[in-house]
Design a binder for this molecule. Structure first.
Ligand code: TRP
Length: 453
């Protein structure tokens, strides 16, 4: 590359496509394949899905544009980005705490994300050792229970996943992250389509589709709307600076609106396909749609055990799911690592050991949530459920509103036009501005207040 003129420390994506892959890699993960189906199941199906889709379009895409734009303008980790942009706008220095909240939220999310991803790795080994032969719904249930009650196994796989994440993050953006995602995302998509094709043969395909797409309005409450909104932020990786950091590696001259729409579309497609694949399997095998976080660990093995070539497809699927989780986990910890490297002067390696270690330790709380701490609850929630609720349903929406408020109300209008590279009088910019100024902040506040009090 020779001499880099602008910032020698801060990396850049090769081109638009790598950014799209990296952002899609961050967005598509356990949130789509593990979380979306189980919270849809717990929240009653169709009506929830509809609210979720509205949130993606009316808030997800505009906030993603805002977050990428702030990142590209700030060209740094979320904390420094927010302080320099606040200074540029003549606003309070307190805005840097938005960056802080993001760094903390990322670590909290990754702490449990890693435990779930670890369970996914455990399933690779279960399949390799013959779990799929003669599997019954009851055995599938026992199998996941035995994993949940084994502190040793959960800790082992959680550690393996954290180590893999840090292994990539240590190598930095171009060598680690870019390389992995380019192949993984398309492969995952194809296997998902194979699963959908299988779901059509289960005999409960229509029942599954009905559950997913026919709104039952009675299932809807303030709380489910909050969960749908939280999921929209979670699945698009918004509200905590991950997209801000990825945006900061984004070269000039790339349309933020186009890339945001592409990423949101791909992410939504994967979530919906996962739902279309999973619910028919749920109904065909007599599982409960509301069986919670273990839903996919029961349904998917059942599908693979009866499918032609199931062992091969099953293995491929869980391997790809681990990779999809990895391309998300790196974006959860990148804000913390880049902050420590850029502002505290630690080497990337030390920063990774420090932050990875902290995350690992917090993750032990989730490991214990299904065994020795299972009875220890606060507000009726286990440690895992508390961390999940606090991050996805409180911190991400608050982060999302603040990003919207900053982009719409604090940042100089001309700067936002410049950075989005849109025309100020064009319809695209006007719609974005309307959503970011008048829709996202009040709606999020209302939903938060309504569901919390
Ligand atoms: N979006 C990812 C998923 O659906 C998870 C994730 C990655 C994330 N980075 C994030 C969630 C940042 C919130 C914020 O699996």
């Amino acid at each position: 590359m020779g001499q880099v003129e602008s910032s020698p420390v801060h990396a850049q994506w090769k081109n638009r496509v790598t950014f799209i892959f990296a952002a899609t890699g961050s967005a598509v993960g356990l949130g789509n394949i593990w979380k979306f189906p189980y919270i849809t199941g717990e929240s009653g199906g169709g009506a929830f899905v509809l609210v979720y889709l509205i949130c993606i379009i009316a808030m997800g895409i505009p906030v993603m544009m805002a977050e990428s734009m702030l990142g590209r303008r700030g060209r740094s980790n979320p904390i420094s980005t927010m302080s320099s942009l606040a200074e540029e706008a003549g606003a309070s220095r307190l805005w840097r705490y938005l960056g802080w909240m993001g760094v903390i939220a990322g670590i909290l999310i990754l702490s449990y994300y890693s435990v779930i991803a670890g369970k996914t790795i455990a399933y690779i080994f279960k399949i390799l050792t013959g779990m799929l032969a003669d599997l019954t719904p009851a055995l599938a249930e026992t199998s996941v229970q035995s994993l949940n009650t084994s502190v040793f196994a959960l800790t082992l796989w959680h550690s393996v996943f954290m180590a893999a994440t840090m292994y990539i993050v240590v190598r930095g953006v171009n060598e680690g992250i870019e390389k992995a995602v380019e192949f993984l995302m398309p492969a995952l998509f194809i296997i998902l389509l194979i699963l959908v094709a299988y779901a059509m043969t289960t005999g409960a395909f229509i029942q599954g589709l009905t559950f997913l797409f026919k709104p039952d309005w009675s299932a809807l409450s303030g709380k489910t709307v909050l969960i749908a909104m939280g999921q929209a932020f979670f699945t698009l990786s918004l509200g905590m600076g991950a997209i801000m950091v990825y945006g900061s590696y984004l070269p000039k001259g790339i349309s933020i609106a186009r890339t945001s729409a592409i990423v949101a579309f791909a992410d939504t497609a994967v979530a919906l396909l996962a739902g279309i694949a999973i619910f028919p399997i749920v109904f065909a095998n007599g599982f409960e749609p509301s069986s919670g976080p273990d839903l996919i660990f029961k349904t998917l093995p059942m599908a693979f055990s009866t499918m032609f070539g199931g062992t091969i497809f099953g293995l491929m699927f869980f391997v790809l799911l681990v990779f999809a989780a990895l391309s998300s986990s790196i974006s959860l910890i990148e804000p913390a690592v880049s902050y420590i490297v850029e502002n505290k002067g630690l080497s990337r390696k030390r920063a990774c050991v420090l932050m990875g270690g902290l995350t690992w330790l917090l993750g032990m709380g989730t490991v214990f949530s299904t065994n020795i701490w299972a009875e220890m609850t606060l507000f009726g929630k286990t440690f895992f459920e508390l961390v999940d609720f606090l991050t996805a349903n409180i911190m991400l929406p608050i982060g999302g509103i603040l990003i919207a408020v900053f982009a719409g109300w604090i940042m100089n209008r001309k700067n936002s036009v410049d950075e989005l590279e849109m025309s100020e009088d064009g319809i695209g910019y006007k719609v974005w501005r309307f959503l970011i100024c008048y829709v996202a902040p009040p709606v999020v506040v209302l939903v938060l207040l309504n569901s919390l009090f």
